[in-house]
Design a binder for this molecule. Structure first.
Ligand code: 0A1
Ligand code: ZN
Length: 895
């Protein structure tokens, strides 16, 4: 390489290279002066050397224009420092000193949405993971924790609200129509938790009294027009605060807790100390504009960010390899909260569905990484399903292995021992070991081995000896970081079903005295590659119910007959496994249909009737929770079916699944029609779990009916669309209509889409749902429709929510159209995606890099398709100046 070329993208950072910082920053004082088009940041940083004094100290800094620099008040000359596009190096720094810098930054031009930027009329920040270096020169790493005082000034008319972390200690008017506010955060924190907001915002306010009697002011800041959409977030926040006190003994620690909603945000929300910044999609909700899923998302995300106050802020990460320390734990906490607020089994089923489709696919692809990675190029690429969702599964396994009492002891110990520190996952597991006395040495392999273990289970029943043995073998496929895996410690929760119900269990090596109270349930701990568990006194050949509650993030193979699956679906005491049996039964039925598709006999294919028989019995069982029923009746998603295939044929999957769905819909049409017509679309909306359950079952029924609708069904659908008083029902009816292939329905759908847009064009979050519905509509021609949407006035190619609603949804949730392109160009979907990525890459590399995901799976697709996907990845790789974010994903995928 020519030495004058820029540094190549793709410098790798390794965990093994971690070294503590040579200096800490005891105190950080910032003056941020916002003007139209430019902002000036004056930083006074109190440095202290901890170690032997180094020859040079390098601070991180990007996209900063250095105006002034001084040490202890004395301006530096150019021999004393060096500045480049990555940072600022001080030569021969003193042991202890105050560094003053003044820089100019351009938030209005910052399209990366990292650092300080402008979203519509609001100035806001996003500093995790490495955005603070776009605000000022700093030691931008989480193990440098500082006391922050921030003074913000701006035009008083443009920005009447000026916020930062902690408590407001000063404020007032300045010359020229400007004003200022000064904030002090009494808790030392890493700079990734810094936040600043300035803008014209309205607020709703409430109060919370903590268990120990501290009065906390709660404020949610939004644009004036959204003031009517804050109630749900506020009540979710109060519920989360109470729950964390009751379940973890954790109280809030400042006098004020603020949430600000902005329209342009790369992720869902951010847990900045005392000043959470949210994507509007994760905070605003009202029945008319927000679906039930939207309400639940708001509750979950508000709780998640609040819980970070302890799991992330008070105890933070030593380095970014430890990201799952805060994210896995916090996702586990928010999932348990949501389970307590609504239905536990429903929440579990929903979370497992995400894990098994998206995380399992990640773990099987070129970006597979352990929950504590050993290396990365661009940390923004590691805010993954693995770090978050698999990380939460690992904490869940720990919680289950320890049991509730010891797990609580362990989290108490962890928070107490490490309050105010930046720590590693080792310390988290150490607290679990110390509090419980358990040896978790082998368990820790979950932290550094990637890949989804596969359990192959076989069994044997010996009638004479009345013994039943289960043999479980584990194996984990190779992943980029490691080819040979060591055995995991895997908890397998299980029970055995006999003719008359659950059987009493006794393992051969258990004594009668230590049998548990609930003797129909066991957690087998698999620690070897292969292990056999023998149960004695088993009177008949049982049907095993394995991996209850999805007790470990693994794939499970056991040769169930369809009759076994029917037994489990109808009689298992474990709600999750009842759902799972339905999924397995449906999957087997769809796989039969895929075979028929491949033999060109799909049109005549008649599915095995077990599935419909089971569904019918479930529909007739009035004791079932309706939300569970809806989930059980939901066929496995195309993504899940794909995940179960060695080589993916998206076309076969789509048509086979559709055929089975249409069969279910017509066989059970009467029962479905009853559900829909019995529902009063004008009944008052409540976002509560029993109401949500009713709506979800009724809308699932409507979906089935609209696959092959009669005139009556179409009427029911249009009636719901016209009369719905909430977005859940309105969107369900519109979706059923738009995705219906019937000609009359198609005509109605066109009008309905236009009318819907006219009605909701001033509500961006509703417009996003409207865009997403069209992007995922499987009816042929989606790519052309998506291209037209990109020209629609509602589209904004700089707004992540819009990009996600159209491009991500099309490429990830419309597999048939994405993988078949257009009539004359089957690869058009792939080419379209590559072009969108290239357009976005220089503006917002984080979002561009995320868009690449569907192409990274090229190896899983049949010959031509796989090669066509690869070609587009190669095209990205060949692009000069590709961002490091995209470069990492593209280069790892091509390797
Ligand atoms: N810590 C946040 C997620 C987050 C991460 C990165 C961001 O910008 C690149 C923004 C938010 C959470 O877990 O909620
Ligand atoms: Zn988080």
């Amino acid at each position: 390489m020519n030495s004058s070329e820029p540094v190549p993208s793709g410098k790798t950072v390794y965990l093994k290279d971690y070294a503590p910082p040579s200096y800490i920053i005891e105190k950080t004082e910032l003056d941020v002066d916002i003007y139209k088009g430019e902002t000036f940041v004056l930083a006074r940083l109190q440095f202290q050397c901890l170690d032997e004094r180094p020859q040079a100290l390098t601070l991180d800094g990007e996209a900063l224009e250095l105006l002034d620099i001084a040490i202890d008040g004395k301006a530096l000359d150019s021999t004393q420092y060096r500045c480049d596009h990555r940072g600022l190096t001080l030569h021969n720094p003193p042991e202890r000193f105050v560094l003053t810098t003044r820089v100019r930054i351009l938030p209005e031009q910052n399209t990366s949405l990292e650092g300080l930027y402008r979203s519509r009329t609001i100035y806001c920040t996003q500093c995790e993971a490495e955005g603070f270096r776009k605000i000022t020169y700093y030691l931008d790493r989480p193990d440098v924790m500082s006391d922050f005082i921030t003074r913000v000034s701006a035009d008083k008319n443009e920005c009447p609200i000026l916020l930062s972390n902690g408590n407001k200690i000063d404020g007032g008017d300045l010359d020229g129509g400007r004003h200022f506010a000064t904030w002090h955060d009494p808790h030392k924190k890493p700079c990734y938790l810094f936040a600043l907001v300035a803008g014209d915002l309205a607020k709703v306010e409430d109060r919370f009294r903590t268990a120990s009697g501290r009065e906390v002011t709660l404020q949610i800041f939004v644009e004036e027009k959204d003031l009517d959409k804050c109630d749900h977030a506020m009540s979710s926040l109060k519920n989360a605060m109470r729950w964390d006190e009751q379940v973890y003994g954790r109280e809030y620690d400042l006098d004020i807790f603020m949430i600000v909603a902005v329209d342009d945000f790369n992720m869902g929300a951010m847990e900045n100390k005392g000043l959470n910044i949210f994507n509007t999609s994760c905070v605003l909700a009202k029945p008319e504009t927000t679906t039930d899923a939207g309400f639940q998302r708001v509750e979950g995300v508000v709780a998640h960010e609040y819980f970070h106050n302890w799991s992330g802020n008070r105890v933070t990460c030593r380095d970014w390899f430890q990201l799952s320390l805060k994210e896995g734990f916090t996702v586990f906490r928010d999932a348990e909260f949501s389970a307590d607020m609504g239905s536990r089994t429903v929440k579990r089923v929903e979370d497992v569905a995400v894990l098994r489709t998206l995380q399992f696919a990640e773990d099987a692809g070129p970006m597979a990484h352990p929950i504590r990675p050993a290396s990365y190029m661009e940390i923004s690429n590691f805010y993954t399903l693995t770090i978050y969702e698999k990380g939460a599964e690992v904490v869940r396994m720990l919680a289950n292995l320890l049991g509730p009492a010891d797990f609580r002891k362990a989290t108490d110990l962890y928070f107490e021992r490490h309050d105010g520190q930046a720590v590693t996952t080792e310390e988290f597991v150490q607290a679990m070991e110390d509090a419980s006395g358990r040896d978790l040495t082998q368990f820790k392999r979950w932290y550094n081995q990637a890949g989804t273990p596969r359990l192959s289970v076989t069994d044997e029943y010996d009638q004479e000896q009345r013994r039943y043995s289960l043999t479980i073998r584990q194996s984990t496929p190779a992943t980029p970081e490691c080819a040979e895996k060591l055995a995991f410690h895997i908890p397998v929760a299980m029970g055995l079903l006999g003719e008359a119900g659950e059987l009493a269990l006794k393992l051969a090596d258990e004594s009668l005295d230590d049998l548990p109270e609930d003797n129909t349930h066991r957690v087998l701990e698999l620690t070897e590659t292969e292990q056999t568990f023998v149960f004695t006194d088993i009177p008949e050949k049982p049907v095993p119910s394995l991996l209850r509650g999805f007790s470990a993030p693994v794939k499970l193979d056991y040769q169930y007959s369809r009759a076994d699956l029917a037994t489990l679906a109808l009689h298992d005491s474990d709600g999750f496994n009842r759902y799972e049996a339905c999924q397995k039964l449906a999957l087997a039925t769809i796989q039969d249909a895929m075979l028929a598709y491949q033999q060109d006999t799909l049109a005549e294919f008649v599915p095995d009737s077990t599935l419909v028989q089971v569904y019918r019995l479930l529909l007739e069982d009035n004791s079932l929770d309706q939300a569970m029923l809806a989930l059980m009746l939901n066929l496995p998603s195309e993504a899940y079916i794909a995940e179960e295939q060695e080589v993916i044929d998206p076309v076969a999957i789509h048509f086979a699944r559709r055929q089975v769905a249409a069969y279910v819909g017509s066989e059970l049409a009467e029962l479905f029609r009853l559900r829909v017509s019995a529902y009063d679309p004008t009944r008052e909306y409540r976002a509560q779990s029993d109401d949500i359950a009713l709506r979800s079952m009724k809308n699932a029924a409507l979906g089935y009916l609209m696959l092959l609708p009669t005139a009556e069904d179409l009427h029911l659908c249009l009636n719901q669309l016209a009369r719905a008083n909430n977005m859940t029902d309105e969107m369900a009816a519109l979706t059923a209509l738009v995705c219906c292939e019937d000609n009359t329905a198609q005509e109605q759908a066109r009008d309905a889409l236009t009318a819907f847009y006219q009605k909701w064009q001033d509500e961006p979050l509703v417009v996003n749902q409207w865009l997403a519905l069209q992007a995922r509509n499987p009816i042929p021609g989606a790519l052309e429709r998506v291209q037209a949407l990109l020209q629609h006035p509602a589209y904004d190619g700089n707004n992540p929510n819009k990009i996600r609603s159209v491009i991500s949804v099309f490429c990830n949730n419309n597999p048939l159209n994405f993988h078949t392109g257009t009539a004359d160009e089957p690869d058009a979907g792939y080419r379209f995606l590559a072009e969108q990525i290239l357009q976005l890459d220089s503006k917002n590399p984080q979002i561009a890099a995320r868009l690449i995901t569907p192409l990274t799976r090229w190896r899983r697709y049949t010959g031509d398709r796989g090669q066509a996907m690869r070609l587009q990845l190669q095209r990205l790789a060949d692009q000069p100046g590709l961002s490091p974010d995209s470069y990492e994903i593209v280069s790892k995928s091509l390797n």
